[in-house]
Design a protein around this ligand. Sequence first.
Ligand SMILES: [Zn+2]
Length: 295
Amino acid sequence: MPELPEVETIRRGLGKFVLNKKIVRIEQRCEKSYIANGLSAEGAIITGLRRRGKALLIDLDNNVTMMVHLRMTGQLIYRLIEFGASSGKAGLGGQFAAGHPSENFVAELPNGQTRVFFEFENGFLYFNDQRKFGFIKLMPTVEVEQDKFIAELGPEPWAMKDEELLAKCQRHKKAPIKAVLLNQKVIAGLGNIYADEALFYASVHPERQAGSLTPEEVSLILEGARTVMDASINSGGSTMATYVRADGTRGDYLEKFAQVFRREGKPCPRCGEEVVKLRVAGRGTHICPCCQVNK
Ligand SMILES: [Zn+2]
């Protein structure tokens, strides 16, 4: 579930804890979740955190980069050894937790879903992944751009020009626009949530053939993608801060920005019509049938 805004939130939040810190020890608990490729991260200092699409790139001072893919249920949780010792840190009690929202955010760690963890001088970074589709892969930093996933990735919504998306819609003209938006080679980082929200923003039905869209509609979709992703990044994405409300109850980060996603049966914020759920490109899809007419 974590999408581009969640990974960007992790990059920013985790950076405050691990940047310029040394990885003292690594404990691997699941073989497929940590692919070392004969390289090592032990003893290395983290020199930078970058993001490409939904991949988090953690650069080390030994010219190795750790590529993190959270996929469906991955989480990264950093806990200071001395809880609450320093104020002004993200999360509760001096910790930062983000990714697939679950009770792990507040549970004792490591637990049965911890696949690998990193010991630092002042804390622990846990990679939890219930379904094990996510992974951390080590590679020489100079080879990151040649990695198959990175090399095939389309531009991010902020770096893409309207004409470029329009040209790609023409290239996939028979495909429903939602499928085109989910294609990471077309545009990087748009998953199910933000594709639905961008299409609602632009008042475009997800089943419209990409080739039938006007330049104005394509431009609005791109603007919508940027707008909803910015809103999500600013709200903290699926981090512990949005999962656990100030009063201790469980919150839903979607409520901070989602207009249609997972709001079936609720009124459209624009016209009041009931939001409905469809299946498009094999994915649960949410629309307002009044604002998003299939022309
Ligand atoms: Zn509506």
